[in-house]
Each structure stands twice: as C-alpha cells, then as structure tokens.
Design a protein around this ligand. Structure first.
Ligand code: TRP
Ligand code: ZN
Length: 860
C-alpha cells in the first residue's frame, strides 16, 4: 500500500447491486515463476444503464484489453492503483483481458503465489484482484472454464475447480489441462494449484448412489501422513448426509496440503487448499489436538460446500452467514465424533478468552460488521465463533427439528444465490412460523451482555422465583445498546445433586421474573452448556459450586462450576495478594476423589482438575492484574501438589500407557495422566519421573507434555529434552514448529535468547506464516509472564516482529499485533510501553491497510 493512496473503509449501508454480471468466463494461465500470463475471456451483461465498467485489480501488469474482439487504446480506459475503469461499454459484450503477474515475488500469499515450487492461489477475501481485473465481490457469480498451461515435468499436477475436461500436449512441449466447474461461483472460490505431489485416491458413494472420486495431495514422501485426513473427509461427507441430508455435488473432491498458507484452510469449490498443519499426521508426530483439528477443519471446509458455496454471501459484511453457520456445523460434527462435553468446553474457552477480549477492545464489532477498511481483519473470533454461538441459540430456541427445517428452507430457497444474514433468519422464521425480529439484534449489536440471576425460594408455596436482568456496556463505536433475546437453559438441582427440573427461559427485557412451581427445596440453579454468549453472574457458596462440580449430570456445568470457584479464589487473591492463599478442605476432598476414582470421561476429569489459564482469568477484569493472576496461579498449583501428591502419583500410575491410538478413551487417559504429570513436575525431585515419561513416550502428546512440564517447573532438564527432540525431528518442519512454540513459551527471561537464536534457525523463515506464528505467536499468546513483563521487553520484541512482517505478509502481521491493541486494560507501566510501541508502528512508512486499521482504532 503506497502511503499516499486513500484509505477508505466501506459500509454495509452503501451496498449496491453489481453494475455488471458475468455469467461465464474462460481463463487461461500460462504459468511462469516471475511472469505468469492470465488471459480472461468473459461475457458481460450490464445491469445499470450508462454506468462505466469498473474492475478491481492490484499489482497487475496489464497487457491488453479488447471489447467484442476490438483492441482498446490507452485513452479508452483509465488505470489506477487498484482499478481499471472503462467509461463506455455496450449493454452486452465480450471482454478479453490479458495481465501478467509475478507469483514468485508474492510473499503476502494472497492471489497466485509460488512457494516450495508449488503455484497456489488464495482468493478469499479479495485476492482474486491480484490475479486479474474483475469485479472482485462475492455477488458476481460466474461459471468458470480454466486452462492451465505449464511444463508438466516440473508441475505434474495442474488443478483447478470442477471437473477435468481435457489434457493436451502443446507443440512447445508444455501441457494444457482444462477444467470446467458447472456451478456458478464468486471469484473468491476460484482456485488453481500446480505442483508435484503424492496423491492419495479414494472414493465415496453418496446417499443417492453417485460415486465421487476423492483425491488428497501432499508433498512427495508424505503420503503416509495423509490417510487420517482422507478418512476424516469420508466421515464428514457421511455425517452431512445423515444429519442434514446434504450430499456432495461434483464428481471429484480434491484437497491439497501446502506449507505456505495464511490461515487454516480454504473451501474453494471442489479444490480445498489446506495448511499442511491441518492435513499431515501420523501417530508419532501428531498430537491428539492435531488429530482433532484435522478432523474438524476437514469437516469445516467440506461443510462449506453447502453453507458458503452453493449459497454464498452477498457482500463481505455477511461473512458470518457462511462462517458462523459452518463453524456451528463443524462443532456439531466434532461433538458427534467424540466427546460432546469436551467440545463444548473447548468452544466456550475460546469465546471466554479471545472473543470476550475482542468485544471489550478497540476492534469490537458485531458478527455482521458495518464498516470495514481491510476485510482480512474481520476473519475474527467474533464473526466465526460468536457467529456460531448465535446459530446455536437459534437451534436452542427453535429446537433441533425446527432448526433443521429452517436450514433446509434456507438452502432450498437460496441455492445458487448470494444472500444476507437477514435472508437466513427469514428462512428460520418462515419454516417455523415465528418472529425473530428481536433475535436479529445479535447480528448488529457488538459486546458481551452480562446477565445477573437472583433466586428467591418460597418454601410455603414451593415456588422458586428467578429475577434475571441483562446489562450491556458500550463498545467501540457503538454506545447505545438494546435488550437482546437470550435463551438460558437451566437445571434446578436438589441438595443431593439430582436434577429436579429443567427449563429453557428466554429473556427479552432488561429485567424479568420467572416463576417455577412444585420446587421441593431451595435448589441450586445451574446453567447448562453456555446457552448464550454472555457473562452469567450468580452468587454461589463454595458448597453449591462443589455440589455442581461433583454431582451435576451436565458435564459442562461441572467444569464451569470449577472455573467459577477458581476465578473467585483468584479474585480474592488479587484484592489481597499478601494474604495467605488457603485451599478449602472440601475442595481438596473433591479433587482427591476425582484422582482416586476418575469419571468414565477421563478427559472431563482432566478438565475438572485444570485451573483456568491466564487469558480466561484476565478477561474477568477491566484492568488486568497481571502479576497477581500469575502469582495466584503459582500458589494454587504449589498447594495442590503439596496436598494431593500421593493421589496425583496414584492417578498417574492408574492411567498407565498402552501403544498410541487416537481414540476418545485414549485421548482422555493421556489428558488426565499428563495433567497429573504437570502438577508432579512441581515437586522437588521430579526429574526422574519426567525423564521416564519423556523416554517412554511413543507419541507427540506425551513427549510434549513432559517437555512443557519440565519447562514450566523451571528445570534444567528441559535443555536436555530440547536438544534430543531437535535432533530427532530436525527433518519434520511441522514438528519443529512445536519445538519453536514450546521454547517460546518458556516463562523465564532466557526466552529472549531463544527467540533470537531460533529466528535464525535453518528451518525458520519469515516468509512462512506457520514458522512465524509458531515462534512469535506462541510467545505473545502463550507466555503471559514474559510477554507482559513490566519493563516492556516483551512488547518491544513483538512490535519489531510485526514491523518486519508487515513488509512481507500484512495479514500475518495484523494477526500478530492483536495482544498489543488492548493497552487500555493494563496498568500504567505496561500501558505506557504498549502505547509507545503502537505509536512507533503508526509512524512507519507504507503501513499496510491491515495494520493501519487496527492501530488507528486502538489509538483512537
Ligand atoms: N474461508 C476460510 C475458512 O473458513 C478461511 C479464510 C478466509 C482463509 N480468508 C483466508 C484461508 C485467507 C486462507 C487464507 O476456512
Ligand atoms: Zn470457513
């Protein structure tokens, strides 16, 4: 972005229909590292009379333009930094444009780029304009025929969307492969990949009996690491048929794994492109979490075929239409594949850390933003994950069958169209004959509501009255708030922990009363499953929290009760950091019981024994007491080890190992065992046990657990482990990313030496987002102690990385800067240091739009 070009944001309110439609396009790519030629032949139809044709285009070398076969002269059009404008055009015409681009120089990884000798595209959100001149907006739907010309000895696989229709050897020795995608699509779903791969082939028979060919492309030599992803794809395809009656629609489904990628994966029609991190896995190199993520992201991209591709977004403000809905779908898929409780816990952790933080900071926006400067900045936890919570609330309110009917109505009504969030809600309304006008506010209102719940029990009449109120605070740029429609799923527990009654109550006013009859004793009111993305405030006694944690039938509620307990304890500690922090006997007894007799769901047991992390706790304060939170956590852990040592040892032994297997049972067992280990590492003589754990491990989960435990306990043993690990895994970049991340989360100040050293490691590259995130993303997000040093050294380190990355890959730079934006939430010293770094960055010449938007909002 040149410093003098205008930075203008776009507004949802300014949406206008496209002036031109392009029903069909024929595209030819002549691939060459530094000068790829792109020739497009399109059919255009004017929609608005007398308007000029305005096409988007950035960093393109225009070679020629012709209308209806007649070449244009330079005076017939106008070329700006990011547009091509042709003042006079006929009502219908063919337009032929040839451009030249430089994929080898493309380090932003948007548009067409060449990395690791693979040509690869990434067009969402607005990357297509870096490939050719085109109305780069999601409501222009086109049927593509794509020809790829390349030297096939260099790039054996030449792939694009749809079905392959021809292959031809050209006179000059090059090959031309042609593809046709019969489904009209917006250009953000276009994809091209050319490279040398190992291909895993399989097939899937759909419920209607069609055979779909499945192909998964991985780097040569990595074939064995692709089988899990392929199996996950078949599970996802079957699940969407079973749950939603949705079937795949093309004859071929391709997935390509590449190591240079800005995000997780991309749902291009028939040709998904994946970050290799979310495809490649085998039992020795992948963690349990890796396997989980692969299945979930494979599912996510597959589910987009209906929710995103067949029905797409009218404009980018509607992003949550496809992302919130598809995250919801992938969450439901994952919940059906393994522990629904654990999935819910993980989703809620993310909302309570990153999403609540976003809503409380300068980038706060509704799930349907109203104003955007750089669209890449709005692929957020708000749009994705709060968006999924909004969809989940619809399911809660309408019931599963009602939601199902609504989704079917939406897909049938809008198949082949580019639509809005309002269209989605309307389909839900129509299919259920209900009015969701107040619910729609969730789409336009930013911020996290606080809900307060007070109970009054009347023993004489055996009635319970709940007084529930919702409070809203102003968010960045949105001072006024209205009452929302908030579904609360509640259980009334009797004093022995039995579920006495279950109720779904729906708040619609600032304050409301709900009365329940036939309640035999003053119950403990339990919130089930986080039925709305709100902060629920209830006054619980310790005994009530322990009753829920021990006895509630809802696993999520049990975990949540423990979270509340720890949060309360830490809060007391922050008020009186010098006072002794004593854990109540009742709590120790409950925890001892779990260690002695783990629940059938061992993963849940592990979660029940896990303290909230720094970010979860930090989010509960307006001004974050960094030191008190950290010292509180340390003190609690020390006491837990001191008082539960023998039980931790026993539980560790009880959960002994068997050869690695990725199964729900084994994942839970490892989680519990490694949780015990992380506590036991804190006792004085833990070296031997850690060594044994490390050396006996046959899998990455256990190995990393030993390393993390040693590092967090401050043991020199970590150096021995690290050296051994690096030696063993030096040829596997994805595993070495874990090594980078681990060392970057070292809570001691040596971490700065490691960061410097690792950033010149032969495997490190500033051009590869996975490497940069592994090292510096881990440092800024998983090392609160060193990142939030009072002397500002952590902030300095991140700001330097952000400045450097902005010249290479603005999208990655803008994601990395996030933790610095929240300066208002810290005390004087830290706040001053953060501000100084932001102000310094703001003065940088040629700041990208990505960084500019975030920094200016934060400094406002
Ligand atoms: N649509 C993609 C998904 O949800 C994510 C995505 C958006 C993306 N922009 C991107 C992926 C840029 C890679 C690069 O899965
Ligand atoms: Zn998505």
């Amino acid at each position: 972005m040149s410093s003098n070009s205008a930075r203008s944001s776009r507004r949802l309110a300014d949406y206008r229909q496209p002036d031109f439609l392009i029903p069909e396009m024929d595209l030819t790519f002549e691939l060459a590292a530094e000068a790829t030629r792109v020739t497009a032949l399109m059919q255009l139809r004017q929609q608005t009379e007398g308007v000029p044709l305005v096409l988007d285009g950035q960093q393109l070398n225009l070679q020629s333009i012709a209308i209806n076969g007649a070449e244009l002269n330079p005076e017939d059009y106008q070329l700006t930094d990011d547009q091509l404008i042709i003042a006079k055009v006929p009502a219908t015409f063919t337009l032929q444009i040839t451009t030249e681009i430089n994929p080898a120089a493309n380090t932003a990884l948007e548009g067409l780029y060449l990395a690791n000798n693979v040509f690869c595209t990434q067009c969402e959100a607005e990357g297509f304009r870096r490939i050719m001149f085109y109305p780069d907006r999601p409501d222009v739907l086109t049927v593509y025929t794509t020809h790829i010309i390349a030297d096939q000895s260099q790039h054996p696989y030449l792939l694009s969307n749809g079905n392959q229709i021809a292959t031809e050897k050209l006179a000059d020795g090059r090959t031309r492969v042609s593809w046709h995608d019969p489904f009209a699509k917006p250009c953000y779903l276009f994809a091209l990949v050319a490279g040398n791969f190992d291909c895993i082939s399989d097939s899937f028979r759909t419920q209607s009996g069609r055979d779909v060919s499945l192909q998964l492309f991985v780097d040569p030599g990595q074939r064995d690491k692709g089988h899990f992803a392929m199996a996950a794809l078949k599970r996802a395809m079957r699940w969407d048929e079973t749950r939603y009656k949705l079937e795949y629609d093309l004859d071929v489904y391709m997935v390509v794994a590449v190591d240079f990628f800005n995000m997780g994966a991309m749902e291009n029609k028939g040709l998904n492109v994946f970050n290799s991190k979310y495809v490649l896995a085998d039992d020795s190199s992948a963690t349990d979490k890796d396997y989980f993520n692969i299945e979930s992201i494979i599912g996510h991209e597959y589910f987009h075929n209906w929710t995103g591709n067949r029905v797409t977004c009218r404009d980018w403000f509607q992003l949550s239409l496809k992302e919130g809905l598809t995250v919801f779908r992938d969450q439901e898929f994952s919940a059906d594949m393994a522990s629904a409780t654990l999935n819910r816990i993980d989703a809620v952790k993310l909302i309570r850390t990153a999403q609540f933080a976003e809503d409380a900071g300068p980038m706060a926006h509704p799930i349907r933003p109203e104003q955007v400067l750089e669209m890449n900045n709005f692929y957020t936890v708000t749009v994705y994950d709060k968006g999924a919570e909004v969809i989940r609330m619809l399911q809660t309110l309408l019931g599963k069958p009602g939601f199902q009917r609504g989704l079917a109505c939406y897909l049938q009504r809008h198949d082949g169209q580019a639509v809005t969030c309002d269209d989605f809600v309307s389909a839900m309304e129509d299919a259920n004959d209900t009015d969701l006008s107040q619910f729609r506010l969730w789409y336009s209102q930013a911020g996290t509501p606080a809900v307060t719940l007070r109970q009054h029990y009347d023993a004489e009449h055996t009635t319970l009255q709940l007084e529930v109120s919702q409070q809203h605070v102003a968010t960045a740029g949105q001072p006024e708030k209205q009452a929302l429609l908030i579904p609360l799923q509640l259980q009334l527990l009797s004093s022995d922990g039995r579920v006495d009654q279950q109720h779904l109550i729906t708040l619609s006013k600032p304050t409301e009363q709900f009365t329940f009859t036939d309640v035999q004793s003053d119950p403990v009111v339990v919130w089930e499953n986080f039925s709305a993305p709100v902060k629920l405030q209830q006054d619980y006694q310790l005994s009530q929290l322990l009753l829920i944690a021990e006895k509630a039938s809802n696993g999520f509620a049990r975990w949540d009760a423990m979270q509340v307990f720890w949060s309360n304890l830490i809060r007391e500690h922050t008020l009186q950091p010098e006072a002794p922090l004593e854990l109540p006997d009742a709590l120790i007894n409950v925890m001892r019981h779990w260690l002695q007799q783990p629940l059938p769901d061992k993963a849940l047991t592990a979660e029940l024994l896990t303290l909230p992390d720094f970010d979860t706790l930090a989010e509960q304060y307006l001004h974050i007491p960094v030191d008190a939170i950290l010292s509180g956590l340390t003190k609690i852990k020390q006491q837990l080890v001191a008082r539960l040592e023998q039980d931790l040892v026993n539980c560790y032994q009880l959960t002994g190992t068997t050869p690695y297997q990725y199964s729900e049972e084994a994942v839970g067992r490892r989680a519990l065992r490694n949780r015990c280990l992380s506590y036991l590492a804190l006792k004085p003589d833990s070296t031997e046990q850690l060594e044994q754990h490390y050396h006996q491990s046959d899998n990455m989960t256990d190995t990393l657990a030993a390393m993390a435990a040693a590092q967090d306990a401050g043991l020199p043993l970590i150096d021995t482990f690290a050296a051994d690990f690096a030696n063993k895994w030096q040829d596997n970049v994805l595993v070495m990313d874990k090594y980078f991340s681990l060392l970057a989360s070292n809570p001691e100040s040596e971490v700065f030496t490691s960061l410097t050293k690792l950033s010149t490691h032969p495997l490190f590259s500033w051009k590869n987002p996975n490497r940069v995130r592994a090292l510096f993303g881990a440092f800024s997000m998983r090392n609160p102690k060193q990142f939030h040093r009072a002397d500002g050294r952590g902030y300095r380190c991140l700001a330097e990385v952000v400045a450097k990355m902005d010249t290479i890959n603005p999208q990655v730079a803008a994601r990395l800067i996030t933790p610095l934006l929240a300066w208002q939430r810290f005390n004087d010293q830290r706040r001053d240091h953060m501000l100084a770094e932001l102000k310094l960055l703001a003065t940088k010449a040629n700041l990208s739009n990505d960084l500019y938007e975030k920094i200016t909002k934060s400094l406002l």
